[in-house]
Design a protein. Structure first.
Length: 383
């Protein structure tokens, strides 16, 4: 998967043809089971691959809790999908982004505890969003099956950005609850089709996941457990500073785009905020608070971006903006954040240092960490 190119014109035409009806026709029609195209059972691997059309694919996965108060997340993503793709592509944050969307429920009680689309470069990603079943269930115990989704991402994805260039993909988990403490064999067998001999402890799973995926957890304001210390503490214990509290769900796409831009060293935070201003996004203040909290670099007066290599305005910008060029000294980007950033109530994962040389076709950028030893410097147990 991953062929073709995104077109805002196609997206807008589809919106007009719906005539004001919901984009989530599958779920709103009364469906009660996962759509066949999103069923993770016995699928092998979801692949993000290079091609002549997309020679430097970058895998970006967005998985969101659709239980309870989180049911509006996919609707918000679908409405703002052009903004996300516009920033990634027009802002040159990533040359060939390939996006995959999926949904998370509770395997102890839901009919569709895991839904997983394909990695796409074109408008088929919008189709995957529209096929999401918005079940709205959940177990009501401040836990959902995030660990089942992370197991799938760790064991059932194949991404060329990592396999060919040693650059991790990006995984964004949007939710407001905690994962269960282990991956259960019976749930993996029932919903994914693997035979797992014994439960996999959560920390071992995260150790494997973060070797290939630069993983972030986003907790939006307005969710049932927004600001909950137990939930935030659990996720910070797993992901360190890659836990983002988002004051406005409406800023989710801009937050994802700028996080990728920071991780790819295409921008610093000041550049990204200026880009949001250029495209008329009101999300700047929310994004600044969210990403400032994970230690993202803020350019001070007279200090130019490490990576802004060109002067250009984004598509739809109200007026041209002269973009700075130059270098920043004394700042080291690793895993999408800057080393030395601190988090209130959490600490950065140990061993999160970039290593290795620049891979071919890497554009001279210093590669992000391959993830080895991330969060668990003594190494993790492979599944």
């Amino acid at each position: 998967m991953g062929s073709g190119r995104w077109s805002s014109d196609i997206y807008e035409t589809a919106e007009r043809l719906r005539g004001g009806k919901s984009a989530f026709g599958y779920s709103d029609s009364g469906a009660r089971t996962v759509h066949p195209d999103l069923d993770p059972f016995d699928v092998g691997k979801r692949e993000s691959r290079d091609s002549g059309e997309h020679p430097e694919s970058l895998a970006i996965a967005v998985l969101f809790d659709v239980t309870g108060s989180m049911g509006n997340v996919p609707r918000t993503l679908q409405k703002k999908l052009p903004k996300l793709l516009g920033l990634l592509k027009d802002g040159e944050y990533a040359r060939d982004p390939q996006l995959m969307f999926g949904a998370i429920g509770d395997a102890t009680c839901d009919r569709a505890p895991l839904q997983v689309g394909q990695f796409e470069s074109d408008n088929r990603m919008d189709g995957d969003l529209e096929r999401i079943l918005l079940e709205g269930g959940g177990g009501g115990q401040k836990t959902e099956s995030y660990e089942l989704a992370m197991y799938f991402m760790a064991r059932h994805t194949a991404i060329d950005c990592f396999e060919k260039r040693g650059r991790r993909g990006y995984l964004f988990v949007i939710g407001d609850e905690m994962p269960y403490p282990a991956v259960k064999p019976r749930e993996v067998s029932a919903w994914i089709g693997d035979d797992l001999p014994q439960p996999v402890p959560l920390r071992n799973l995260v150790a494997q996941l973060t070797r290939r995926w630069d993983t972030y957890y986003l907790l939006p304001e307005g969710a049932s457990y927004a600001g909950d210390g137990q939930v935030l503490g659990m996720w910070r214990g797993l992901l360190g500073q890659n836990v983002i509290e988002l004051a406005d769900l409406g800023a989710v796409c801009e937050t994802i785009a700028l996080t990728v831009g920071l991780g790819e060293e295409a921008i610093d935070l000041a550049d990204g905020l200026a880009d949001l201003h250029d495209v008329g996004s009101p999300a700047g203040a929310t994004v600044e608070r969210a990403l400032g909290g994970i230690g993202a670099y803020r350019a001070g007066p007279g200090r130019a971006s490490t990576a802004r290599r060109r002067g250009r305005a984004l598509r739809g910008a109200p007026a041209p903006r002269a973009l700075p060029a130059g270098t920043v000294s004394g700042s080291t980007v690793s895993g999408g954040t800057v080393s030395g950033g601190t988090v209130s109530g959490g600490t950065a994962p140990a061993g999160d240092q970039a290593g290795g040389g620049s891979a071919a076709g890497d554009g001279g950028r210093r590669p992000r960490s391959g993830g080895s030893g991330r969060d668990f410097p003594s190494g993790g147990v492979l599944l």
